[in-house]
Design a protein around this ligand. Structure first.
Ligand SMILES: Cc1cc2nc3c(=O)[nH]c(=O)nc-3n(C[C@H](O)[C@H](O)[C@H](O)COP(=O)(O)OP(=O)(O)OC[C@H]3O[C@@H](n4cnc5c(N)ncnc54)[C@H](O)[C@@H]3O)c2cc1C
Length: 383
């Protein structure tokens, strides 16, 4: 099940596994999460390994890699934690959108800094009243000569407050157009006057942090428009395919690590004179989980391979996201059951896995929204 990985891709996977063991093992990720620390040095180390330039063309200073390489890294980093995987993969969601839709001047201005680890991207689509129904977003950008004036409020913006962040913000530029039409994408520097960022208290994902972004009369230069004016919906959809696939790979990694930890415990912990993993009720649950994880991995790499060759993959990406996220939730739930009291202690890594897993079926589009997309691809009008 290696999808014909090249020697380079296998080496990349091994390097990433070693990186997690040495630099960000799950225990350290848990401590960062508890302290709400963003380890900037982690991002710098990834840049030094060349991981941040991987998917960009050589002509722009990149390594001519692609989504499969990103997925391999997201999966391995997911072994540390979902948030660590997103420290890496999250920046590529707007980063690859910029590559596809941005102008040469924008590539030159932002991508070199991103590859060097100086800039990272956050994306702000959601608003307090526009989550699953993201086309309902109301943040407005009004044309005012050489700039737009932006007003509104974004919600749940991951990583908006980490050093070097640029926020890719979806705004309404034509209030009179049908709601999927008058949208555009702007790059906004969070240091601009009129931008205020407030951390949202959450159950987990404290490393990158989740934020509200308030925008009051923010002047955004016209050169920061990415893609066509009023054509933001298409831009957003292309980014969502990337997001679903990268996140699905991260879930596979977190689910596999969770299962591996439960398995190690099940082999060691004894009850009634034998390792608890020998009780069939637990052994079968772990066997089912490994089967689910392998299925999720296959779906994830199928979607990545389709995206890599430019084939349509919205349905496959939705399946991968759905299966990966639900499998992670189920792995963490079973992990807690296997570790029992030891898992319930907040000192356990398993309790951290469980806390983090809850968001998997919510962020990046809920499970219901993925099922709607799959059902629609089957010709059913599912809302
Ligand atoms: C930790 C975290 C990080 C996030 N990061 C980002 C980010 O970086 N950028 C960003 O833009 N957003 C981000 N989000 C927002 C995320 O994408 C939304 O939370 C998600 O899309 C769901 O929106 P909502 O929370 O408003 O729920 P709602 O849309 O209000 O949904 C509530 C419930 O109704 C269900 N529902 C809604 N519509 C339908 C339907 N048509 N059919 C069936 N069920 C439906 C949902 O599945 C859910 O169960 C993040 C969220 C979290 C929690």
């Amino acid at each position: 099940m290696d999808f014909g990985l090249t020697d380079e891709q296998r080496l990349l996977r091994e390097t990433a596994r070693e990186f997690v063991t040495k630099v960000c093992p799950p225990e350290r990720a848990k401590a960062w999460d508890e302290a709400g620390t963003y380890p900037a040095e982690l991002f710098t180390a990834m840049a030094e390994l060349g991981w941040l330039s991987l998917p960009f063309p050589a002509a722009l200073g990149g390594d001519d890699g692609g989504i499969v390489e990103l997925c391999l890294l997201a999966e391995e980093l997911g072994r540390a934690s979902l948030d660590i995987a997103m420290c890496y993969a999250g920046t590529f969601i707007p980063g690859l959108t910029l590559l596809r839709w941005g102008s040469p001047a924008q590539h030159e201005r932002y991508l070199a800094d991103m590859m060097a680890g100086r800039t990272r991207f956050a994306v702000a689509m959601s608003e307090p009243d526009a989550g699953s129904d993201v086309a309902a977003l109301r943040t407005s950008a009004v044309d005012d000569g050489d700039h737009f004036v932006v007003n509104g409020q974004k919600a749940w913006c991951t990583g908006a407050s980490v050093p070097g962040a640029m926020i890719a913000i979806y705004v309404r530029t034509d209030p009179d157009a049908p709601r999927h039409r008058g949208l555009s994408l702007l790059l906004v520097d969070p240091a601009s006057p009129g931008v205020e960022i407030r951390r949202t208290p959450t159950l987990a994902r404290h490393i990158l942090g989740t934020n509200e972004v308030f925008l009051t009369d923010v002047h955004v230069p016209k050169e920061n428009l990415v893609g066509p004016l009023h054509g933001g919906w298409q831009v957003m959809l292309s980014g969502l395919d990337v997001e679903k696939i990268l996140m699905s790979a991260a879930y596979v990694g977190t689910a596999q690590a969770t299962l591996d930890e439960a398995l190690a415990y099940a082999r060691e912990r004894r009850a009634f004179g034998r390792p608890i993993g020998e009780f069939q009720s637990l052994a079968h649950a772990l066997a089912d989980l490994q089967t689910e994880i392998d299925a999720a991995r296959l779906l994830s790499y199928r979607a990545a391979c389709l995206l890599a060759v430019g084939e349509p993959c919205t349905r496959e990406g939705a399946m991968a996201k759905l299966k990966g996220s639900e499998t992670y939730v189920s792995a963490a739930r079973w992990g807690m059951q296997v570790l029992a009291g030891h898992g319930f202690s907040t000192e356990s890594v398993m309790s951290f896995r469980w806390r983090e897993s809850i968001v998997a079926t919510i962020s990046g589009g809920t499970s219901q929204i993925q099922r709607n997309a799959i059902a629609r691809s089957m010709g059913l009008r599912s809302y």
